[in-house]
Design a protein around this ligand. Structure first.
Ligand code: URP
Ligand code: ZN
Ligand code: ZN
Length: 487
């Protein structure tokens, strides 16, 4: 077994930072040592197989992205990253575990949907992976199947108050599924937008000739997110289910979560980089030579981007500081402009929903440290430690301590990362690049004052500077325990 010493760096955790050396033995962390330690009179550095010099750099637990959608079928197409391409891009960006969503579609058995997801992921991932379960058809049979999932290491499920006719659950279905959540300890994850009302507004906009991507965000008004978030909270209160609201973008939805938490209710929320940095105004202004106003399609996601003038982005950062929101995930759901997003030219309702960010989450959140929005420790907490605790992985993941998996990132605060467009629409590489399987980037032009230098996944160096050393199939399925946030 290979032994590795990461030496000279500053180890950062959710609770503090200190100069320390990290000793890795095989796949796990053996010890966190005083810098320059000796064992039995011998320099540790002289006795290991490999030394990684982290002088002047941060050593952090590998990122955990708890909201990804590899190959998600959506709008007549499917998210373009496979488990192979998506986990490779994740590794490049310092993310060493993902929790993806297995899908039960309408009329399908949970068991079959889950088996299909195992099939897609198994043998293809570069990093470790786990699943939540999407329940797209709540009925007596699926509820019975759902209750058995914790035995298989799946301890959370997602319901949709949006997307009627696709993944949508009505209040009666939500209530029944939440009763399973209460009885089993599974976390209910909620897509909180009032889908039926949104669909009416969207149809009216299209009838008025308002078909550009920008109107996606107009139809999905913040009132629809606030209302659904409140309804989800009340249904969770009634049933006693623990609730986790995904991709929160409206400041009014955060207010609902804060209100419920202040009353002692067991509710949580995540936001995503797009709701911290991007805005509806950006989408309105997007007009490239190639795509015209349709360029805004690259930012069509649900919940939608919100108005900067209304202050949603500032509220998201504030909620991350005050712990009204606990985590940042990407909701990575990438579609190319060509042949995918362009399905919605002339009708924004047909644009597949989703943004690709899996490679950039650690960097984009680190930029929040640079600009003073969050502390260094909060960066680690939001991107690794809380995801591990929230989703039953803590101890193995999300922390640098003896016995934990050696998922580690050496991050250079003096480095620089230019986020580029990847491939152009003819498939040719552009100057600055990313590694997601997309013909554009939602983050084109973003400059980060930091850099992911080295990434270890269970002790194996998978990214070393500009070199990718990972292997498809190295990533293992993670059986998760129950959330540490249950009360
Ligand atoms: O736009 C999004 N979020 N696409 C993925 C599906 C979902 O609702 O998470
Ligand atoms: Zn969703
Ligand atoms: Zn999602």
């Amino acid at each position: 077994m290979t032994t590795t010493l990461i030496t000279g760096g500053t180890v950062v955790s959710a609770t503090g930072r200190a100069p320390a050396d990290v000793l890795v033995d095989g796949e796990t962390i053996r010890a966190v040592l005083e810098p320059g330690s000796t064992i039995l009179g011998t320099d540790v550095a002289a006795s290991v197989d490999r030394v990684i010099d982290a002088t002047g750099k941060y050593v952090i637990p590998g990122g955990i992205d708890a909201h990804t959608h590899m190959e998600l079928p959506f709008g007549g197409t499917a998210a373009i990253d496979t488990f192979e391409t998506g986990t490779r891009a994740a590794a490049w960006g310092g993310t060493t575990s993902i929790v993806d969503f297995a899908v039960q579609t309408y009329g399908q058995r949970i068991e079959d949907g889950l088996a299909a997801w195992h099939e897609k992921a198994s043998g293809n991932c570069a990093i470790d992976y786990a699943f939540h379960q999407i329940v797209g058809d709540v009925n007596e049979a699926s509820l019975a199947s759902l209750a058995k999932l914790p035995d298989e290491g799946i301890t959370s499920f997602k319901l949709f108050m949006a997307y009627p006719g696709v993944f949508y659950s009505d209040d009666a279905q939500i209530l029944k599924a939440m009763q399973v959540s209460r009885d089993t300890g599974m976390l209910t994850m909620m897509h909180a937008e009032n889908g039926p009302a949104i669909d009416v507004l969207a149809a009216q906009l299209v009838e008025q000739g308002k078909t550009d991507p920008f109107y996606h965000g107009v139809a999905r008004a913040w009132e629809m997110e606030e209302e659904a978030t409140h309804r989800a909270i009340m249904l969770a209160k009634l049933t006693g289910a623990p609730l986790y609201v995904v991709h929160v973008s409206a400041k009014q939805a955060v207010e609902q979560l804060a209100w419920a938490r202040d009353k002692g209710q067991n509710v949580y929320g995540e936001t995503c980089p797009q709701y911290l940095y991007l805005s509806l105004e950006d989408q309105l202004g997007a007009k490239s030579d190639e795509w015209g106003a349709f360029e805004g399609a690259k930012w069509v996601c649900s919940t939608p981007l919100r108005s900067r003038a209304e202050g949603h982005q500032d509220s998201m950062w504030q909620a991350l500081r005050t712990n009204d929101l606990q985590m940042v995930s990407t909701d990575h759901c990438p579609f190319c402009m060509k042949d995918q997003k362009e399905l919605g030219r002339g009708d924004f309702r047909k644009i597949p929903n989703g943004i690709g960010s899996i490679e950039h989450r650690m960097d984009l959140m680190y930029q929040g440290v640079v600009t003073g929005e969050i502390t260094l420790e909060r960066w680690v907490e939001l991107t690794s430690t809380t995801p591990a605790r929230m989703f039953g992985l803590y101890g193995q993941k999300g922390v640098i301590q003896p016995g934990a998996d050696a998922d580690l990132v050496v991050y250079d605060p003096n480095g620089h990362t230019s986020i580029g467009v990847g491939l152009d629409s003819s498939g040719a590489p552009t100057g600055r690049s990313h590694h997601m399987n997309m013909d554009h980037s939602a983050w084109e032009g973003y400059e980060i004052d930091g850099h992911v230098d080295t990434v270890l996944s269970r002790g194996k160096v998978i990214v070393d500077g500009d070199e990718y050393l990972g292997t498809k199939g190295d990533g293992r399925f993670l059986k998760r325990g129950l959330s540490q946030y249950l009360i």
